[in-house]
Design a protein around this ligand. Structure first.
Ligand code: NAD
Length: 342
């Protein structure tokens, strides 16, 4: 096990890498903590959680809603949970987002720890304190930013993660490489998904490297004034595609990254050979790089995107692999490019 601490202006997060559920049990008493998890994970891990207070939400992005948060709050009240309780979000990004959100608003804030169980949650969603729920078709429209006290990275959870979810998680890993780390991009080019699925040590190293990238970005820019915004690479189109077509988050982000790379080529001198490299890498890890979409429906949703500013959207473009920049692009400009990018 390796323990690191990450300092934010108003919080310190303790990260336990390569740990196990046993440590979590040692750290949190049964009567002062409650686990929030989803129906899939509970089916698989209920034996490891006997005698624990557990609140279960239905698995899936459709359940990342205010209604699900309200139901959790109702159950917390039934359990007589007070502000000293630790809420433990144990699951993929849906669970870590909703558990973080409830812990921020229930009685104006309880303690929070996270146990990410998917590749996506271990490398991205559990890190950085952003939480929230969707509002109708609009992704992450309601939420707060608040750091957990601890994050427990227990890689053994990945043994039960379906392959499709492994693939989805690699989209955010490739995103980190595209915006911040060309060495990581080349490292991913040299390996395959199977290498990481078969080698827990290699996967552990990859997770730590991605956590370090995300922490470096978010600790430098806690309020999302500059660098943090770059983490949205691929997400403007990605979120719209995710909502309209119901694709897993990473699959939609993959399509969004290809579109963003093409826009970077059109208006930011990004090299066409590097557009191809990104698309090849995404494909190599099993992610989609093209899909027939309805541009009008996508633009209609983007108008409501949090990143919109007037008749333009703040968009993340690439200068080169490993170096990203945010630029305002008008909807008109985007629509003019739609044939090249979608
Ligand atoms: N807060 C952030 O900074 C941030 C960053 C990126 C993504 N996100 C959010 O994360 C969510 C996507 O996360 P996700 O892909 O983990 O989705 P998810 O939580 O829906 O998990 C994907 C599926 O895998 C299952 N699962 C998870 N761990 C498992 C395990 N160990 N064994 C078996 N099944 C398991 C879940 O039950 C679910 O069916 C989206 O809502 C996205 O908005 C948040």
């Amino acid at each position: 096990m390796k323990i690191t601490k990450t300092a934010f202006s108003n919080a310190i997060v303790t990260n336990y890498f390569d740990t196990s559920l046993a440590l979590l049990k040692e750290n949190f008493s049964e009567d002062q903590s409650v686990i929030i998890s989803d129906s899939n994970i509970i089916k698989l891990y209920s034996n490891a959680l006997v005698n624990r207070k557990v609140i279960i939400i239905e698995a899936g992005e459709n359940n990342k809603t205010q209604a699900a948060a309200d139901k959790i709050i109702e159950e917390l009240l039934e359990l007589d949970a007070d502000k000293q309780f630790t809420i433990i979000g144990l699951g993929g990004g849906v669970v870590t987002d909703i558990a973080g959100y409830v812990s921020a608003i229930y009685k104006r804030g309880t303690k929070l720890s996270l146990v990410p169980t998917s590749v996506l949650a271990m490398t991205d969603a559990a890190i950085g304190g952003k939480n929230g729920v969707n509002f109708g078709k609009y992704k992450n429209m309601v939420g707060t930013t608040r750091q957990p006290e601890c994050i427990f990275f227990d890689y053994s959870f990945l043994s039960t993660l379906p392959k499709q979810e492994w693939i989805s998680g690699f989209a955010e890993i490739i995103k980190h490489a595209c915006i911040k780390d060309d060495d990581l991009f080349e490292f991913l080019e040299r390996h395959t998904l199977d290498d990481f699925m078969e080698d827990k040590v290699l996967m552990g190293q990859l997770i730590e490297r991605n956590v370090a990238i995300k922490y470096a970005v978010v600790t430098h820019d806690e309020l999302e004034k500059a660098d943090r915004f770059l983490l949205n690479f691929g997400h403007t189109f990605g979120h719209a595609i995710e909502n309209i077509y119901g694709l897993p988050h990473g699959y939609a982000v993959s399509l969004g990254m290809v579109a963003a790379a093409k826009i970077s080529e059109e208006i930011n001198n990004f090299h066409s050979a590097d557009v191809k490299r990104i698309s090849n890498l995404l494909e190599k890890y099993g992610l989609p790089v093209e899909m027939k979409t309805d541009p009008q429906a996508i633009f209609a949703l983007m108008i409501k995107d949090k990143k919109r500013s007037g008749d333009a959207v703040n968009f993340v473009l690439l200068n080169r692999i490993g170096d990203a920049v945010a630029k305002k692009i008008s909807f008109k400009q985007l629509q003019d490019m739609q044939n090249q990018i979608l």
